[in-house]
Design a protein around this ligand. Structure first.
Ligand code: ZN
Ligand code: ZN
Length: 614
């Protein structure tokens, strides 16, 4: 299994660890220290050695910060984690604050006194974060003090070593563009910003630019490392050679000069001393990189990571890979849904379904010689009220039976060498209520309306987010998350910069892959979410149209549960879309399944009753 359900957690350890951190503070003439969940690369997943927040506090969520002062300690989490943080940490030791309403800068302004010295590790905070923290500290007369060595690393006796998982070459048949060509494009982008170099700090950018994949963090095939790319001259790649099989090393040597990670600081200092102008992305780059440059005579050019838009706009090979990966993944999901349908209510629980789904993905991958490399995130399997918890993750403690009369929400994905998937379906266990069916249909309407859209070039994700909500809004309903996120190509399932959300300020460009996942959540009762991945494509020209339009091609292939539908709530276009989609699912997935699964799929994808089509 790529997923575990037993979180080993002992909240009582926090007291002793915080006490030891406080002794360290006293020895180092500091009044406090700030511990973020992030590592040096600011990604969603971190390696075991970088779980410093979890080690100190017990809290294992994917976002959070702790501030430990001599007399008190606080953990900041967002709305997803308000319950979890109280379960996992010792309330005698920690107070809790909202990462959104009272984030660390605001808290610092209200709680640090004049002359207080707050330590931080400049490798773990971005340039933007440190700017906000420093401004807040200065307002109260406090001081933000960078430390040379992280105290947690000194106190954590059995801290795991940095991961050394082997780095593989991502084949050109899936990458679609040679790394040397990508690197030339990036070099040109650096020059255009008026810089001589940039530091790639995001391992997704490194993976994309060099056509490599690794296994250093869970669920995303990243090889942790850094690169210093030059507008002119050789690039430098900082990666532990023990991670590089001979073939990979020989390949990378043709693209860049290989250096150990420990050499990054010295190389940057040398570049800065020679007057380099180094582009850094303020939302990704560690503040340490900025000071290394500016304190040694170099200049920092503020610019976004040059790889993010080229990485987001998938090329022909990546698109072909995505389509193939979605066919296999769809077949696995169809097998699971068929199996689920055949089980009697009250005989299964969430963990049993998660385990079975991973098995179906493995089997389908093996049969088609494209093995499942990992799940793309920990499966969200929410029965009944658990479905209403948006970022629910099943554990042995929360595992719930699938009970008759309840809904079951299943959000999952796979990592395959040719693509990354992410799909959500919601199914009834036994008989759903009228209200469940109405709300399901309203969510589906939003998802279909996004799928059918035509929009002019230049439109941003924020312009489209409301389209998915209109049917719900009309009924006085909504959902408290964005409609969609970007998705990588055998990379991160949550990949920027494109999003379908109020915060999605990036233009939607041809080749971008996004999720289309409206939902509805009734706390304490049930949750509904329906999710397909979609690809931005040129829309076919209309004879009477003035301008060329973009549209979406749906990549995900699995039926929607017709028992949940109230067909009279769908308009003609929506009924037509659903029938066409189901026909396509049958056409593409049918040949990949057989026997009882095929029979089930035929029924599940049959057209809606004609009378209801109006
Ligand atoms: Zn999902
Ligand atoms: Zn998603």
């Amino acid at each position: 299994m790529f997923q575990s359900f037993d979180e080993v957690n002992d909240p009582t350890l926090g007291r002793e660890r915080v006490a030891r951190l406080r002794e360290w503070l006293t020895r180092n003439d500091l009044d406090g220290f700030i511990v973020p969940r992030s590592d040096e690369h600011q990604g969603e997943y971190v390696a075991a050695r970088s779980e410093r927040l979890k080690w100190l506090t017990g809290f294992s969520g994917s976002a959070g910060v702790a501030i430990v002062l001599v007399g008190r300690a606080v953990v900041f989490v967002d709305g997803r984690y308000t319950l979890q943080v109280r379960d996992q940490t010792d309330p005698q030791v920690f107070a809790y604050e909202s990462l959104i309403d009272n984030p660390p800068p605001k808290w610092i302004k209200a709680n640090l006194g004049k002359g207080a010295r707050l330590g931080f590790d400049p490798w773990l905070h971005t340039i933007g974060d440190v700017k906000a923290l420093r401004e807040a500290a200065e307002k109260t007369g406090a001081e933000l003090v960078p430390v040379d060595a992280n105290p947690i690393d000194q106190l954590w006796a059995d801290q795991p070593a940095a991961p050394l998982e082997p780095v593989e070459i991502h084949p050109i048949e899936y990458a679609g563009e040679l790394a040397k060509d990508k690197l030339s494009r990036l070099a040109a982008a650096i020059a255009k910003e008026g810089a001589t170099h940039t530091v790639l700090t995001d391992p997704s950018s490194l993976a994309w630019a060099f056509n490599i994949r690794g296994a250093d963090v869970p669920h995303t095939p990243l090889a942790l490392g850094f690169a210093v790319l030059a507008a002119e001259g050789p690039h430098l790649l900082f990666m532990d050679k023990r991670k590089l099989p001979m073939k990979t090393e020989a390949y990378l040597t043709q693209l860049a000069d290989l250096r150990p990670p420990s050499a990054l600081e010295a190389e940057l200092v040398a570049l800065a001393k020679s007057g380099a102008r180094i582009a850094l992305d303020p939302v990704l780059a560690a503040d340490r990189l900025r000071t290394l440059v500016t304190e040694n005579g170099g200049a920092v050019v503020t610019a976004p990571d040059p790889a993010r838009i080229p990485r987001a706009t998938k090329n022909g090979a990546e698109i072909a890979g995505a389509r193939a990966a979605h066919r296999r993944d769809g077949a696995a999901v169809v097998k699971l849904l068929c199996w689920l349908d055949a089980q009697a209510p009250d005989t299964l629980d969430e963990i049993a379904v998660v385990t079975k789904l991973e098995e179906k993905r493995r089997i389908t991958g093996d049969e088609t010689q494209m093995p499942l490399r990992d799940v793309s995130f920990a499966t969200i399997a929410g029965a009944g009220p658990n479905g209403a918890i948006m970022h629910y993750r099943v554990s042995s403690a929360t595992n719930r039976p699938l009970r008759s009369g309840e809904l079951f929400l299943l959000d999952s994905g796979g990592q395959y060498q040719d693509g990354t998937t992410d799909i959500t379906r919601t199914v009834p266990i036994g008989q759903p209520t009228e209200e469940m069916r109405t709300r399901y249909t309203l969510v589906l309407k939003g998802m279909i309306e996004i799928s059918m859209l035509r929009f002019p070039p230049g439109v941003r994700g924020s312009d489209l987010d409301a389209v998915a909500r209109l049917a719900l809004w009309k009924a006085g309903l909504d959902y408290a998350h964005g409609t969609g996120h970007g998705v990588g190509s055998y990379l991160s399932v949550h990949e920027g910069p494109q999003r379908l959300a109020k915060t999605g300020t990036e233009k939607l460009l041809e080749g971008m892959i996004l999720s289309n996942e409206p939902g509805y959540y009734k706390p304490g009762s049930y949750g509904i979410r329906l999710e397909n991945l979609i690809l931005v494509t040129p829309a076919e020209a209309l004879p009477d149209g003035d301008i060329a339009m973009h549209g979406f091609e749906t990549l995900t292939l699995a039926p929607f549960d017709k028992r949940m539908l109230k067909t009279d709530l769908l308009n003609r276009d929506e009924v037509h879309w659903l029938d066409e989609y189901h026909a396509r699912v049958m056409r593409e997935i049918g040949p990949m399944v057989g026997g009882e699964v095929l029979a089930w799929l035929e029924k599940a994808t049959a057209p809606l009753p004609h009378d209801d089509k109006g």
